[in-house]
Each structure stands twice: as structure tokens, then as C-alpha cells.
Design a protein around this ligand. Structure first.
Ligand SMILES: [Zn+2]
Length: 136
């Protein structure tokens, strides 16, 4: 059953059905932390968007094949989210393009709320897997 995500109940209004489903796919205590991260980011003037929450094994293996993840990911158990830039998505981009300021603010917000940031995984580049936050 999908949890209703409204401003009143969660402090976060989803941009669309995809974001709604991504948030709902997370285990509740992780979802709460992700929502705090979204609120923090919004308060700093950024426009975050939850692109991925839980992934099926098939979805994860497809990401791995494209070089975008690992086989044993926290996404498989609903304890990781990928938070991208809504403004880039709105411009027709993938959403994964964001400024260094966005990436650093996301990492700081994640760590403030007890999540790990993928920004430290430098094998993906200088900003790591910057969209990724996880509970572990
Ligand atoms: Zn991820």
C-alpha cells in the first residue's frame, strides 16, 4: 500500500508519481531521513528530486551493466535513494547534472540526518556517486 505523501503529513510534496513511488519504496525510517534531507536542500534554495529508492535485482543489474552501481546495493533493500536536480530534469536532462554546490549541500544534508553520502566513492569521479544517500 502506498503511503500518502502530502505537505501536511510528511513536509514534502512529490513532484510526480515517480518520486512518490521512489519515496514509498524506502523503509519508513530511511524515508523519514530522506524527507529531512529534501527539506534541508529546499531550505537552501535547491530543488531536489528523488529519482530512485528501492530497486529490483533486475533494475540493479541493469545499472551495474552500465557502470552505475554495485551488485550488493542498499537500493535492493529500500535503504538507499538517489537524489537528483529537479531543475535539470525540467530542462529535459537526466537530472544527474547538478552544480558542485548542489552535490556538496546534498552530502552535508545526508550526513546531518544520519545517512551516508556516495560523494566519497571517488571511483565514480571527483564527486563520487553524488546523488546517492543510504542508511547503513
Ligand atoms: Zn544510489
Amino acid at each position: 500500500m502506498l503511503v500518502k505523501l502530502t505537505d501536511q503529513e510528511y513536509g514534502w510534496a512529490c513532484h510526480d508519481k515517480r518520486e512518490y513511488q521512489a519515496l514509498n519504496s524506502l523503509v519508513p525510517y530511511v524515508r523519514d531521513r530522506v524527507i529531512y534531507v529534501l527539506q534541508d536542500m529546499t531550505g537552501k534554495g535547491f530543488q531536489p528530486y528523488v529519482m530512485w529508492g528501492r530497486r529490483t535485482l533486475k533494475q540493479q543489474l541493469a545499472m551495474v551493466a552500465k557502470g552505475g552501481g554495485i551488485r550488493h546495493s542498499r537500493h535492493l533493500v529500500g535503504k538507499a535513494a538517489d537524489i537528483v536536480n529537479w531543475l535539470d530534469l525540467k530542462r529535459g536532462g537526466s537530472g544527474w547534472v547538478s552544480s558542485p554546490e548542489f552535490k556538496l549541500a546534498l552530502a552535508r544534508a545526508a550526513e546531518t540526518h544520519g545517512l551516508k553520502s556516495g560523494i566519497h566513492w571517488k571511483r565514480y569521479g571527483p564527486f563520487g556517486d553524488h546523488a546517492h544517500v543510504e542508511y547503513s
